[in-house]
Ligand binder design. Structure first.
Ligand code: FE2
Length: 424
């Protein structure tokens, strides 16, 4: 007797199967013809995926677009300045309210694991307290992992160092940094070293905003790889953005990629935000602003798409849909072969779960029974349509259901069939 059976769906690898759920866990993946269950969901012709995972987000800033004003230049630096203005006036309740609203959006989109940076450059640590509270409120349906992020510079801001350590003491579980925003390359490099040492001493993961710039000489990723090796942090360190790599000398990159690979550093390109932030000072040709995604994947580096921002000082759009993120990444990185498109789907599910170190993630017996049923037959179709999330299940419980859309996008005049909604 199962609590719930999801019948007849296609898994991302193409297998057609039923999934039996009991006690919040997946307990069977097989044809379950005569099995009894408290509830049965028919997923015939639908894609059944593990939940979407966003490994790079800023939940303290989300849904604040226009407060107190709009970023008129569209640059990273004006966004940081604008965020500084907002920090002066926002309250803990504001942050909690906005974050919970975002978590509702995320749950409805099947986004059930989020790594959020939280600013540690405010002496009151309002954002840290707010997001620790939110983490406890959403824990039954969203794995929210927090990164202590000294937005204004670990050394550049006078109290960031002490506040970052306080945030870790309060229960923030990942060490962040922003070396390219320190006052000098030397300070940036030193911040990478000290932050990695803090993580090693506490047994924590590291996730740095690293080289989010168009400057090809911003090479803090090299220091990050070096410190990861020196401190034995392999597999526990992530480089976010890494945009300077798009402009680096090819010979230097040929040396860098093996260093990143041997340090087992995870990489998070954020295509929605970096396609709009980067290259702002260029005329033409104008750089795309994305790191070397295909080249890192070919080197065996774990790469996953991150969202970074939704309606905040840096990005004026966004919906908590990781399929939007992957769709943009696919285009900017030119990942258009069938295999590459399938990889783009993996990059917002399994690859990101690996970066976050999620336990019990995936569709296998013994895994947490969290999954998403999409109105698509396979991952590529899900990307093409940014398919409707028909049903979202978290820890064995249905938390969101959406009516299957009508066939308004179908080819006119074709008979109504189960495939029609997929525009086939
Ligand atoms: Fe970020």
């Amino acid at each position: 007797m199962f609590d719930l059976i999801v019948k007849g769906g296609a898994l991302p690898d193409g297998r057609l199967t039923d999934i039996g759920i009991k006690g919040g866990k997946i307990t069977a993946i097989d044809k379950l013809e005569n099995a009894q269950a408290g509830q049965v969901i028919d997923a015939t012709d639908d894609l059944v995926s593990p939940p979407f995972v966003d490994p790079h987000f800023h939940m303290d800033a989300t849904l604040s677009y226009g407060l107190p004003r709009i970023n008129s230049s569209g640059t990273l630096l004006e966004g940081i300045g604008l965020w500084g203005e907002l920090k002066q006036v926002m309250t803990q309740d504001d942050i909690v309210t906005r974050a919970l609203k975002y978590c509702d959006w995320a749950a409805s989109m099947g986004l059930l694991a989020i790594r959020s940076h939280v600013d540690t450059c405010d002496d009151s640590l309002l954002g840290v307290e707010a997001l620790l509270h939110v983490r406890s409120l959403v824990k039954n349906y969203i794995d929210l992992q927090l990164v202590a992020f000294p937005q204004d510079g670990f050394y550049r801001d006078p109290t960031a160092r002490a506040n970052t350590i306080r945030a870790l003491d309060m229960g923030v579980e990942v060490v962040g940094g922003i070396p390219h925003f320190e006052r000098s390359m030397l300070d940036g490099s030193a911040s990478v070293t000290e932050l990695c040492e803090i993580a090693a001493a506490r047994g924590l993961q590291v996730d740095m905003h690293c080289d989010e710039t168009d400057d090809p000489n911003s090479r803090h990723i090299e220091t990050l790889a070096y410190e990861t090796q020196r401190l034995g942090l392999q597999g526990r360190v992530t480089g976010s953005h890494l945009t300077s790599m798009h402009s680096m000398d090819n010979y230097y990159v040929s040396k860098l990629l093996p260093l990143i690979a041997e340090a087992e550093i995870n990489a998070i390109p954020n295509p929605l935000i970096n396609i709009v932030l980067q290259g702002r000072a260029d005329t033409y040709p104008k750089r795309r602003g994305l790191t070397r995604v295909k080249e890192m994947l070919e080197f065996g580096i774990n790469v996953g798409w991150g969202q970074d921002c939704v309606l905040d000082p840096w990005y004026s759009l966004g919906t908590a849909d990781m399929l939007d993120v992957a769709f943009m990444g696919l285009h900017v990185a030119q990942m258009t072969s069938p295999e590459e498109m399938q990889t783009c789907f993996d990059m917002v599910t399994v690859n990101n779960a690996k970066t976050m170190g999620l336990k019990d993630y995936g569709l296998h017996i013994g895994a947490k029974a969290s999954l998403v049923i999409l109105d698509a037959r396979n991952p590529i179709e899900a990307l093409r349509l940014r398919a409707t999330r028909l049903c979202v299940i978290a820890n064995g419980k249905i938390i969101s259901q959406t009516k299957r859309p009508d066939a308004k996008l179908a080819i006119a005049g074709r008979p109504e069939t189960s495939n029609r909604r997929h525009q086939s």
